[in-house]
Design a protein around this ligand. Sequence first.
Ligand SMILES: [Zn+2]
Length: 228
Amino acid sequence: MNLIHESFQRLFPGRQFAYETEMEYNRRLGDFNANIHLHHNKITLHLNLQWKDIDDEIKIGLVQHLLLKIFKARAKTQNIQLYTNFIKNIPILTPKTKSDPALAEAFLRVNQQFFSNQMEIPNLAWGQDSSRKLACYNFHNDTITVSTLFRDSSPHILDYLMYHEMLHKHFQFNHTGSRHSYHSTEFREAERKYPHFETIDKEISKIIHRKGATKRRTPSFWKNIIKI
Ligand SMILES: [Zn+2]
């Protein structure tokens, strides 16, 4: 079965499939990542090797999800539903292998204060000494990563960064249509519930300016720079 062809046909019944296809599994992509390109008449699909043994019906959902992006279309299919359910379970199924005492403490404080201790602890890791990517949440491996710029920052700074990323974990699957909106209005509203967030924002900017002074670009507003 040509996965791309099959996914297309089920997604756009009756529409002619006039494309060349190429599909490759590799280890270069991040956990459970995949991407698709349309160039002239050729559709190229790259998938992380982890996808190889996953059920075809789920993979068809993934490919359809990607096809909707390149054809700028919207649709709901059973396969996309299967794929979405599968993705939702990745954080739960992901083994928790990474942690760090300071990050774990921040997580536990924020979980208690804002999430009624209801959030499952994800993998927690220090990232790179980056002033461009301060922190991120990757739901493909259920990992919150914080830039080492903040390694010696006070707990209230870590808590705030952690809160932002935990909101991503919390909101990850709230999306409209096929487009994920990472910083939705709902997200921003929740973010502003954090006490004294403006003051902490400024403190974070100062840390970036101080520590990131030698970097190529120093962001003035960390919120625009922070990656999901
Ligand atoms: Zn974010």
